[in-house]
Design a protein around this ligand. Structure first.
Ligand SMILES: [Zn+2]
Length: 1004
């Protein structure tokens, strides 16, 4: 066959005999006839191998128990050298992409392949579109139909009806977002072939009525690394080396959290998906995962996101019922829905379509079972695979999840997992491929319904802005942190939200809008993005434990001013659409040799400082008057400034400089640019990746190394600041015996050893490393810790006067709480316009600090991260919220809530400090820790968005502490200043600690 490709490493000179047989016609009322055309040949060799590798006959349907033959399109066996689901193999993303391209090349009438973008490491992400010949030929026309259905402002109801009857839904299958979940990308290779080649009425119906998009691997970098790791470990085993490499990284930045980037949109993979979503308006996005068995089809349990159009929740249920029923009809056990995931947080990949009024779904399928691939032999040939039976069960994780007892027969699990299924890779392929095909078939048979729903959801969104109570939002352009505000608006624009600029001053909803202010009209279909992000979340804590964060309110997390406008007048106000990049107005005003840049809390200020590292700059330690205006503490003063050099950059960044003839008379310190060392563990790079993301984005350079290297370095000679984010641990020193487990790039495994490499991943900091860090601080270095890592110094008695408590009954899953600025004179608080700001905190890993006074409760708690958390079904209604919220106005200072007014202002110094006046009487002055930020004194004033139980544990607790040790400082964050790509409002606290690293005593 001319399209047969010899793929190095996998073919090993095998000879393929493709036998064609004609399938006899079977009675139409058996499911079989739907699957196979009356005359289409079956690829007998491939079909025989499917049977051979299937470990349990119950996990099969008439759709996948054979493979149709093709004279032109290569099968996975011909192209990749094996059938899909053959034990002992994993396929690289690049091979999967090449295979899908080969399908499109061989069948251009039915398939189209293109690259949708590149990852951080420059690898391609792709889409393969499959439909009938007429559809592929007119793909752009079908795209235009979906675009028309998206916008009720330009499409009338009558036109929409017409379009719906001729349009075709796009069903976008995605997988490989979670690199350790290996089977989805494999399965999709065979599905792609089958959808293109099969002439069965079943598949023809799909091709005729649905445009199937396939993106087999979302996290391409992580896929290459996990496949390299599997083959590397197989090689280790073959060589008799002890220990296996646990993959330290998936993508460049984060692992599993890559599926929490839907809202932040930092990762290249997320932005590429969003780009496709905005261009093609997929009707359904279906993501394939592997965290439950045997197959879970998503509906979630609720509580559901309150801004999601309720039609979507009905669609989730309907699709899931279809898939469960069709599989159950065929006797396939263990297919269920409901009891896994809730549906609350809009940060998953499939929210790329939920925020755009389409529908997202996911499957969790039993693990792929390729824990042991066959080692590759010298010369690139694959060793013979292990016998099918050896694949065994093993890989399927325990069923259940939130649904509780995994084997009970329930309305959502009509045919439970019998508990004796012999699971394996081919079972996985059969299971997920069958279910996906039933979903595609359902989509096609009922295509008008999904298109109509989509149209109605878009119409509902626009109508909310025209007739509802929320007509839009205004974000003042000249607010305190104007560059942060512009970045926030740009983030919305990148997700397809239309942005306008006020063309003249006007008043709407009691808000005085100034020319140039950013306007988000409420009468646009993608206002759903803003509804979901801007709302205040109120999660009833009597609900089962949440799947992820409870609160995320976008303007809070970015600490920016925005106004919801409930006044129709806004819609007719003068405004112009913003087409280019959203940027704050910047530059240099006035004349003179000294340039002053106010500290506005803008994160780009840190970029500005590091970009001009060689330029001498000073920071004011107090407010002052100059150039006819008032500057705050932290304002950057640049004497003898090179205006020609600085001005274009300030303009580009949207920061304002003011030139004056003489430097202001205010106490200053030099802004010495630090040499930054950045320490990560080899066991947990997930959370620190978001800190790296912030540094990289704002172009702050650092040296990145593992905890196992700390003891080997002369830290103070090399660095001024060391960042040690959440995920750090003391651990054990690397063992000297045994077999080292390297994470290094090699010719055979080119994707390993990035973004950091080591000759031995075993071991961590150890006591010698901790001692090194302590000595680094003593000698004048600044150590910055975050989240759980912040508890390490206090727990090892290295920070006198600071202890870490355990909360009793505290339940504070990721939410937005209030931070009170306890010490406005500390450089860490520079740039904050008010005495409070919203912070992201989660009790899991967020230490409860006591300072000076007696420690708080020491008893451990079993409920620190979870809510009710019990087994449950829909036997009782979802709980009513008992949350008490504080109010947040970013333009006003905080005053204590009435309930706590009698307690007067909070005693600065953190919990336990009251009696000691914020200081520990036992400590000498120079050793006193300084509390920069703390929780409010009253629980009732603490929660801003999300949920909270047992908030009394947090009352007055320190959120950010600056503890002196010797000549240096440890800055400990109990909050998470760099939480995902969402907490931009607190990035500046971390950046301030970097910029003022050797002047942290200022104002003390
Ligand atoms: Zn997953």
């Amino acid at each position: 066959m001319s399209t047969r490709t010899t793929y190095s490493g996998y073919k090993a000179g095998l000879v393929f005999l493709v036998l064609f047989v004609v399938v006899a016609l079977v009675p139409w009322n058996t499911p079989h006839v739907q699957a196979q055309g009356a005359t289409q040949k079956v690829d007998a060799e491939y079909t025989a191998l499917i049977k051979q590798y299937l470990t349990d006959a119950r996990i099969s349907t008439e759709l996948v128990d054979h493979l149709p033959a093709s004279d032109t399109v290569p099968t996975p066996l011909k192209f990749l050298g094996r059938v899909t689901g053959q034990p002992g193999h994993l396929t690289y993303a690049r091979e999967i992409h090449q295979y899908m391209k080969a399908i499109a090349d061989a069948a251009p009438g039915r398939a189209k392949w293109w690259v949708i973008g590149q990852t951080e490491e420059g690898r391609d992400q792709i889409v393969l579109a499959i439909a009938n010949e007429e559809t592929i030929k007119n793909l752009d026309r079908y795209k235009a139909d979906l675009q028309a259905l998206t916008d009720p402002r330009r499409t009338t109801e009558a036109q929409a009806r017409q379009i719906i009857s001729r349009a075709k839904p796009i069903y976008w299958l995605t997988s490989g977002v979670h690199s350790t979940e290996r089977g989805g990308p494999e399965m999709l290779t065979e599905l792609a072939y089958r959808l293109v080649v099969s002439e069965s009425p079943f598949v023809q119906q799909i091709r005729n009525n649905v445009i199937t998009f396939i993106t087999p691997v979302i996290e391409v970098d992580g896929r290459e690394r996990i496949v390299d790791t599997a083959y590397y470990n197989a090689q280790r085993q073959a060589e008799g080396l002890q220990g296996q490499l646990g993959l330290p990284y998936w993508g460049k930045y984060v692992a599993h959290d890559n599926n929490r980037d839907g809202m932040g949109q930092f990762l290249a993979m997320t932005r590429n998906v969003m780009k496709v979503a905005n261009e093609w308006k997929p009707t359904i996005l279906h993501d394939l995962h592997e965290q439950a068995s045997l197959l879970y089809a998503s509906t979630g349990t609720g509580p559901y996101n309150e801004q999601l159009d309720p039609i979507t929740i009905s669609e989730w249920w309907m699709f899931a019922q279809n898939d469960v029923m069709e599989m159950t009809k065929r006797g396939v056990p263990g297919v269920w829905t409901y009891g896994f995931y809730d549906g609350w947080t809009p940060n998953y990949m499939f929210y790329a379509v939920h925020t755009h009024n389409a529908t997202g779904r996911f499957y969790e399928v039993g693990g792929y079972g390729v824990n042991a691939v066959a080692p590759r032999l010298a010369g690139g040939a694959a060793a013979p695979p292990p016998p099918a039976a050896a694949a065994g069960r093993g890989a399927a994780p325990a069923a259940g999840g939130r649904g509780g007892r995994g084997n009970s027969r329930e309305w959502f699990r009509p045919n439970p997992d019998p508990g004796n299924v012999n699971w394996g890779p081919r079972a996985h392929v059969n299971m997920s491929q069958s279910a996906v095909m039933f979903a595609l078939s359902f989509t096609g048979k009922d295509k008008d319904r999904w298109l109509e729903n989509y149209w109605i959801k878009n119409r509902n969104a626009v109508n909310r802005g025209k007739d509802g109570t929320s007509h839009g939002w205004v974000i003042p352009a000249d607010q305190h942190s104007k560059a942060n505000a512009a970045e926030a608006v740009e983030g919305l624009k990148a997700q397809g939200v239309e942005i306008h600029k006020a063309a003249a001053a006007f008043t709407a909803g009691g808000i005085n809008v100034k020319p140039g202010d950013w306007i988000i009209r409420g009468d646009q279909p993608y206002r759903t993005v803003v509804d979901m992000y801007f709302a205040v979340q109120d999660y009833s804590m009597s609900n089962p434990s949440p799947y992820d964060d409870l609160g995320w309110t976008y303007p809070m997390m970015r600490n920016i001013i925005s106004h919801e406008i409930n006044d129709k007048a806004m819609l007719t106000a003068p405004m112009t659409p913003v087409t280019g990049a959203v940027r704050a107005t910047g530059g240099i005003a006035g004349t003179g040799s000294t340039v002053i840049v106010d500290h506005t809390g803008d994160n780009l200020l840190a970029q500005f400082r590091f970009q001009f590292a060689s330029v001498a700059m000073q920071a004011a330690e107090a407010g002052f008057e100059a150039a006819g205006r008032t500057f705050g503490a932290g304002a950057i003063i640049i004497p003898n400034a090179n205006r020609a050099q600085l001005e274009p950059v300030l303009t580009e960044l949207g920061l304002s400089g003011y030139a004056v003839a003489t430097a202001p008379a205010v106490k200053t310190h030099n802004l010495d640019v630090p040499r930054i060392g950045y320490v990560h563990s080899w066991g947990n790079t997930q959370d620190e990746g978001w800190v790296r993301a912030a540094l990289d984005y704002y172009k702050i350079p650092y040296t990145y190394f593992g905890e196992n290297e700390v003891a080997k370095r002369d830290l103070r000679a090399q660095f001024d600041v060391i960042l040690w984010p959440h995920g750090g641990a003391i651990g054990q020193e690397a063992p000297t015996g045994g077999s080292p487990i390297p994470f290094q790039k090699s010719d055979a495994f080119p994707s390993l050893g990035y973004p950091d490499s080591t000759a031995d991943t075993r071991g961590g900091l150890g006591a010698p490393g901790l001692k090194k860090l302590y000595e680094f601080v003593q000698a004048g270095g600044t150590l910055i810790t975050e989240g759980g890592t912040s508890a390490i110094f206090p727990n090892n008695y290295l920070t006198p006067g600071i202890t870490v408590d355990l909360g009793a009954g505290l339940t504070a899953p990721g939410s937005v709480y209030r931070g009170i600025v306890a010490d406005k004179t500390s450089p860490i608080a520079y740039g904050l316009s008010r005495n409070h700001l919203p912070v992201y905190y989660k009790a899991n890993g967020g230490p409860l600090f006591s300072i000076g006074g007696r420690p708080g409760p020491q008893q451990p708690t079993s409920v620190i991260t979870t809510g009710r958390g019990a087994t449950y079904q829909n036997t009782s209604p979802m709980g009513q919220s008992q949350n008490v919220f504080g109010t947040w106005d970013p333009s006003q200072d905080w005053t204590p809530a009435a309930a706590s007014a009698s307690a007067a202002a909070p005693a600065p110094g953190g919990r336990g400090a009251g009696r000691g006046g914020g200081q520990s009487a036992a400590l000498l002055d120079f050793m006193q820790p300084r509390v920069i930020l703390q929780f409010p004194p009253s629980e009732s004033d603490m929660l801003l968005s999300g949920g909270l139980v047992g908030g009394e544990n947090l009352e007055g607790r320190a959120q950010v502490i600056d503890a002196p040790i010797g000549q240096g400082h440890v800055v400990m964050f109990a909050i998470r200043p760099f939480w995902r790509w969402q907490s931009q409002g607190t990035y500046i606290l971390g950046f301030n600690a970097l910029m003022h690293w050797n002047d942290l005593n200022a104002g003390k």
